[in-house]
Design a protein around this ligand. Structure first.
Ligand code: BGC
Length: 370
């Protein structure tokens, strides 16, 4: 009886879209032959939140690509709430999905839900963020997260001329959400490049805060980064010390850092903005890069990631091996998850047109540049 009720509930949720911020369940437009090839299999796609542009784009791309292959897609966003994501996964399993694609909020909080999915023969792909402490994860598709951090660090080294012996310079460090496995990779990648300059005192952190935990940004929130930056500025730079660079691990954090700096007059000839890094190439950050405010971002082409994940879905459903290019790096505490790492690209004022507009990722209008 309990199972029957759970199945009814799942069905109601699918039809009404209740209980989650977004639900879609459709057969692809070109249903005919693709649907026949896919055997009408169902894929559940769980995304963390809709507040960041990147996840909306990821969800849209995933749905489009999977539907073009004839799969039925349930796409759900969990509003950054772990319990919501757990029940979304449980409901998808009850409703009979064959594969789950999960971009987690807290990578360690889904162990039981994934165990239940595996018991129901559901295949599981970790999307962008690794799913931790679970043997149920079949594959992981992401960008090379360590390399993203290295690229951010290298940008700072190059722009400040550290390799040429210039300095000392003042820098402040931000890190991402502590419950996101990627955040540590970004930090470790950046530190891999920057550490020699901290050691030689060519880079100085006036706040003294340079370890991952002290610099963390809960849920990657812009407001959290903005208020931390306010505090750093008033405590360490109020008497005129120059801030030369801010290591911001993603665009949401970079926006908070920029807002804080601009609030107290940075961005003029007498008070120039420091270098500010980022990642995701969200529209407002690219517009800011074009204006010469935020210095850089990292382009992670969600179209590439969606295609890779869709290939993994097909391989899993056909009982074949999916293409992977890393079988060593991503240990989730229980197993090393076979991974495909896509290539990130550094974006600055000099190449955003070529990489983002010429490649049709954005139009100039998207970026407000017309
Ligand atoms: C992703 C980043 C994103 C961040 C915040 C990370 O897991 O890899 O692209 O900016 O989460 O959503």
């Amino acid at each position: 009886m309990k199972r029957f009720l759970a199945a009814c509930l799942a069905l109601c949720l699918m039809v009404s879209g209740a209980g989650c911020s977004s639900v879609t369940m459709e057969t692809g437009a070109s249903a005919g032959s693709a649907a026949a090839a896919s055997g009408g299999k169902k894929v559940g796609v769980c995304m963390p939140e809709k507040n960041l542009q990147r996840w909306v784009q990821d969800g849209d791309n995933m749905k489009k690509v999977l539907e073009s292959k004839g799969y039925q897609v349930q796409l759900q966003y969990a509003n950054n709430d772990v319990n919501t994501q757990v029940s979304q996964i449980e409901n998808m399993v009850t409703s009979g999905v064959n594969v789950l694609v999960v971009a987690s909020i807290d990578g360690s909080a889904l162990t039981d839900a994934l165990k239940q999915a595996k018991a129901n023969k559901v295949k599981i792909i970790a999307y962008d963020r690794l799913l931790m402490n679970s043997d149920a994860v079949d594959y992981y598709a992401t960008f090379d997260n360590f390399k993203v951090g290295q690229m951010q660090g290298q940008y700072i080294v190059d722009k400040l001329g550290l390799k040429e012996g210039k300095g000392p310079f003042n820098i402040e460090v931000f890190t991402g959400a502590p419950d996101d496995n990627n955040a540590k990779f970004f930090y470790n990648g950046a530190m891999n490049v920057l550490k020699p300059y901290f050691d030689s005192k060519k880079l100085i952190v006036k706040s003294g805060m340079n370890d991952f935990t002290k610099c963390a940004t809960e849920h990657w929130k812009t407001e959290v980064a903005e208020s931390r930056m306010d505090n750093l500025l008033s405590a360490n730079y109020a008497s005129g010390a120059k801030l030369d660079a801010v290591l911001a691990p993603n665009d949401a954090i970079a926006r908070g850092v920029l807002a804080s700096l601009k609030n107290i007059g940075y961005g003029s000839a007498s008070k120039p903005l420091p270098l500010i890094t980022g990642q995701d190439c969200e529209k407002s950050n690219v517009a800011s890069i074009a204006k010469g405010e935020i210095s850089m971002s990292i382009f992670k082409d969600t179209r590439t990631l969606a295609n890779k994940v869709a290939d993994m879905v097909t391989a899993l459903l056909e009982g074949k091996q999916a293409e992977v290019n890393d079988t060593k790096t991503y240990n989730n505490g229980v197993k090393v998850v076979p991974s495909y790492l896509c290539n990130p690209i550094v974006i600055t004022k000099d190449n955003y047109e070529k990489e983002l507009i010429d490649s049709k990722y954005y139009t100039k209008t998207d970026l407000g540049l017309n």
